[in-house]
Design a protein around this ligand. Structure first.
Ligand code: HEC
Length: 221
């Protein structure tokens, strides 16, 4: 019995020595890491040089033409409505969603056609991919499987009622997104959002919105 104890004892002692080494001795080779835990990474740390870039700097400046997407610093962010209030910038007037084109757009019968064309163009770029070219909710992304994309013509889906849907609410949905729909406030300038809304309305009315009609909406905010 004692014999086995000594054999096991010797093995354990050898194993401990094997794992921890002889006390006081120093390792020459780097330790073997079974779980590296991302200690070493192919990344540049702040303010460190890097020979990856021609100028040798690890920290990069923003690419030329970068647009600040927050704050009220400069003309660009005003176009996007950052930090602004009022119907034109928020779709909200006196605490409620408003309806009608804001007077700031200065829509005249002459300008209306170009405005709608702009809306059609922007709708085609930003919205049709999901909502479909005709607004029926059957865009490419819906066909690929995104469920719940709103048919902009139909009442009923999740309480959506195009006939009782303030323009200001659509403005807010474009700006901040809703559910699976992302926010476009950083990508679409305020004026273009209104142009898109005007175009969606034109589609919804399923008729050519006459120039006079659109101008009237402009006044009747
Ligand atoms: C990535 C796909 C996608 C894109 C792009 C997109 N939408 Fe949507 N949209 C959705 C989905 C999904 C919903 C349903 C949101 C919900 O209620 O969950 C929706 C809902 C809406 C609604 C109804 C919101 C409500 O209150 O029920 C409107 C209006 C709308 N979108 C307009 C637009 C306009 C205008 C654009 C272009 C600027 C646009 N959408 C771009 C996916 C998209």
């Amino acid at each position: 019995m004692l014999k086995y104890f000594f054999i096991v004892y010797a093995f354990v002692a050898l194993a401990i020595l094997g794992i921890f080494g002889i006390p006081g001795s120093k390792f020459e080779r780097p330790p073997f890491r079974l779980f590296p835990d991302m200690d070493e990474q192919d990344k540049v740390k702040g303010q460190q040089p890097s020979d990856f870039f021609a100028d040798g700097k690890g920290s990069r400046l923003p690419a030329p033409g970068t647009v600040p997407n927050s704050g009220d610093n400069g003309e660009f962010s005003v176009d996007f409505g950052a930090g602004r209030t009022g119907y034109f910038y928020t779709g909200i007037t006196e605490g409620y969603y408003g309806t009608g084109m804001p007077t700031e757009l200065e829509l005249t019968p002459e300008a209306a056609e170009a405005f709608l064309a702009r809306g059609e163009d922007r709708y085609g770029i930003f919205c049709a991919i999901c909502h479909g070219a005709s607004g029926d909710g059957q865009g490419t992304v819906s066909k690929l499987g995104l469920a719940g994309v709103r048919n902009l013509h139909e009442t009923g889906e999740a309480g959506f009622d195009p006939a009782n849907y303030p323009d200001g609410k659509m403005f807010e949905v474009i700006t901040h997104g809703k559910g699976q729909m992302g926010a476009y406030g950083m990508n679409i300038p305020v004026e273009d959002r209104w142009a898109i809304i005007a175009y969606v309305r034109a589609m919804q009315e399923a008729r050519e919105v006459s120039k006079e009609d659109l101008a009237q909406k402009g006044e009747g905010q």
